[in-house]
Design a protein around this ligand. Structure first.
Ligand code: COA
Length: 632
């Protein structure tokens, strides 16, 4: 059972928010059937339908579980929180880089030299400390929902976990520890990784936080210390890039020695990790920068200059490749964006605090973390490095900036931009594979106490009908296609609204399953069914992560034969980060991006032709339902 430590300090706004609802059982079961019918074979669906009907029948297992879930809702702040956290993250045994940890890629920095990079890092650290102070004082302004159902306040709890969380690897399940009692009594420190060495940077001296110049000098000392090859330790950080069980086993071996225990304790209690990376030797394209953030390029580059358990890990590359990579379990991308934007604005803002050398103190040297190695641990380091290399070589990433239009064009069509982009992603998949697959789109449920996310199942029957009409050569008229497009967008928008108001099905089904386990019941048939397994195998894993400052978010696929598709809609363009695995022969990020680009252009042309036809005088509108060639 994972421990989520939560001390008394609770955000007041969060307490005023409603609890996540438990949807009516029948509604969830009907939606489940509707979401899966067109994605599985007819025979299989018949079987599933019978199983679901039996489960939901009056007096059936479903009713018993639903009742228990309602009781759990009354007893807890958020009935799904722990279930979801374990299922989504803590029970997952895959390595954090690529498979789980998302990254924000900052604009490429033009550092003149190493000192310039350290000045940037010092400023970044100062920004972190100021942002953390706002968090500790609970002084961050409350977020309000934008877009669909705008205006309601959102739960702020995720912010409080940004710098206070640590994910411990476990043999079966990880443990997320969160220090939620505000300002800790221990003086704060940051861990700086440099040349695969780890250093403790105390950010408080004599009860006073270090200023930017002092941090810069400490970083400069770290740089010099890291160059001393005689004192170098093996690259222990690489262990954290491994599968969670492998890392848990390695950690057990490490903790046999008190020197290692002390070093681990210092890392586990830090505010964040700052990785000063060596130049990676690659062109700083968007795609390469995304790759470097996600996996550091393996042990030959900066792959060991990381500590993946720590929730916030900032990367400052000497070549200007910068960003942040995060353990996803404590918070969602939207909170990460808010923090990253604050920091970028802080860094590029007025330079007033940069050089005030008068107040410089003579500070002791930062401490290098010491490690005790032995042949067994050496073997583990090698094995982790090999597995990371495989992951690095496997990730097929394509960051694509679609510049033909953005949110504004879509809004002019009186369509939801998010729904539109989701439909375009489905069309792209259909173009590649001739079918739709179970899709995940994260929907925020921060309208509720301790709300995280639920899933918008974007592969709707309406979108399938639309995709078919777009791909069938000249078989459908424009008026039929636009009708199908509108139906697809309406279905997607309706699902979105259901999801953000706590009425989606994934959390609910998970809750029913977990309750049955707690009651030590035989696993209900609905959860043993092939349809349930395939509907939870998310070949397309998508997420909108919009930014207002130049930067973008990216992540890897969640299944071996899948795609990760993160998008950042802007007024006149959309950034897509598409990922897949080279080892899978059915996927290709470049092929997907090509289909996406093509589909987005075709949809635009369809919209333009349809509005042109709609504005024609009545007598000449006869031909509006005839298929027209693109560009007419
Ligand atoms: N006509 C014109 N404009 C419309 C429209 C329509 N039919 N429908 C929506 N719009 C406008 C909205 O008013 C909004 O305007 P704004 O930019 O001025 O705020 C804008 O289009 C965007 O709305 P929409 O595209 O519908 O989506 P959204 O912003 O509500 O986002 C989700 C939908 C699901 C992405 C969002 O609710 C959510 O949950 N986001 C969090 C996702 C997340 O957690 N990501 C990180 C995961 S790690």
């Amino acid at each position: 059972m994972p421990i989520l430590e939560k001390a008394a300090a609770k955000d007041q706004c969060s307490q005023a928010l409603p609890k996540v609802p438990v949807p009516p059982l029948k509604q969830t079961l009907d939606t489940y059937l509707r979401c899966t019918q067109h994605l599985v074979k007819e025979e299989q669906f018949k079987k599933t339908k019978a199983i679901v009907e039996k489960f939901g029948a009056p007096g059936g297992v479903g009713e018993v579980l639903q009742q228990k879930l309602l009781e759990r809702r009354d007893k807890t702040t958020n009935w799904v929180y722990d279930y979801w956290l374990e299922d989504m993250y803590l029970n997952n045994r895959l390595a954090l880089p690529v498979n789980s940890s998302p990254a924000m890629v900052f604009p490429k920095q033009a550092f003149r030299d190493q000192k310039d990079a350290l000045r940037f890092a010092a400023r970044l650290i100062r920004g972190v400390l100021e942002y953390k102070a706002l968090i500790d004082e609970r002084a961050l302004p409350v977020d309000f929902a934008r877009g669909q159902l705008a205006g309601t306040p959102l739960c702020m709890e995720q912010y409080y976990r940004l710098f206070s969380s640590y994910r411990y690897p476990g043999l079966k399940t990880d443990i997320l520890k969160v220090q939620m009692d505000g300002i800790s009594s221990a003086p704060e420190h940051i861990i700086v990784a440099c040349k695969n060495q780890f250093f403790v940077l105390d950010v408080v001296a004599n009860s006073k936080q270090l200023n930017e110049m002092e941090i810069f000098h400490q970083l400069d000392k770290i740089m010099k210390m890291s160059e001393n090859t005689k004192e170098r330790h093996p690259p222990f950080g690489i262990l954290t890039s491994d599968g969670r069980t492998e890392w848990a086993q390695a950690r057990e071996a490490l903790t046999k020695d008190s020197i290692n225990r002390d070093s681990l304790a210092l890392i586990e209690s830090c505010v964040c990790v700052v990785c000063l990376d060596e130049p990676c030797g690659l062109q700083p394209s968007d795609t390469n920068r995304a790759l470097m953030m996600l996996h550091g390029g393996g042990r030959e580059k900066n792959g060991a200059n990381r500590w993946y358990d720590k929730s916030m890990q900032f990367v400052v590359g000497m070549d200007g490749i910068c960003g942040v990579v995060c353990d996803h379990s404590p918070f969602e991308g939207i909170v990460l964006v808010q923090c990253s934007e604050y920091l970028m604005k802080y860094i590029t803002g007025s330079p007033s605090k940069t050089v005030r050398s008068s107040s410089l103190r003579d500070l002791p040297h930062p401490r290098r973390l010491l490690w005790k190695c032995n042949p067994h641990i050496q073997g583990l380091l090698e094995a982790s490095g090999d597995r990371l290399l495989r992951l690095v070589n496997n990730l097929d990433m394509d960051v694509y900036k679609f510049t033909h239009y953005g949110k504004e064009f879509i809004k002019k069509q009186k369509m939801s931009p998010d729904a539109f982009i989701q439909v375009a992603l489905q069309l792209a998949f259909y173009k590649c594979r001739g079918r739709l697959v179970s899709t995940y789109e994260s929907a925020s449920i921060r309208r509720f106490q301790e709300g995280r996310v639920d899933n918008i199942r974007s592969a709707t029957a309406e979108t399938l009908a639309f995709a078919k009409s777009m791909v069938a050569e000249n078989a459908f008229s424009d008026s039929e296609k636009i009708k199908r497009l509108r139906d697809a967008i309406t279905a997607q928008t309706n699902y979105t609204i259901a999801a953000i108001t706590g009425m989606a099905i994934d959390n609910h089904l998970l809750g029913l399953l977990r309750i049955s386990k707690e009651l030590k019941m035989e696993k209900p048939e609905i959860f043993c069914d092939e349809t349930y397994a395939s509907s939870n195998h998310f070949i397309l894993s998508t997420s909108q992560v919009p930014t207002t400052v130049e930067m973008f978010c990216c992540y890897g696929p969640v299944v071996p034969n899948g795609y990760g598709a993160c998008y950042n809609p802007q007024s006149d363009h959309i950034i897509f980060c598409v990922s897949s695995f080279w080892e899978n022969t059915e996927t290709s990020s470049a092929v997907f991006v090509k289909a996406l680009n093509e589909g987005l252009l075709e949809i635009r042309d369809l919209c333009n032709r349809s509005s042109a036809a709609a504005t024609k005088p009545a007598d000449s509108s006869q031909g509006a339902s005839q298929p027209l060639r693109s560009g007419n």
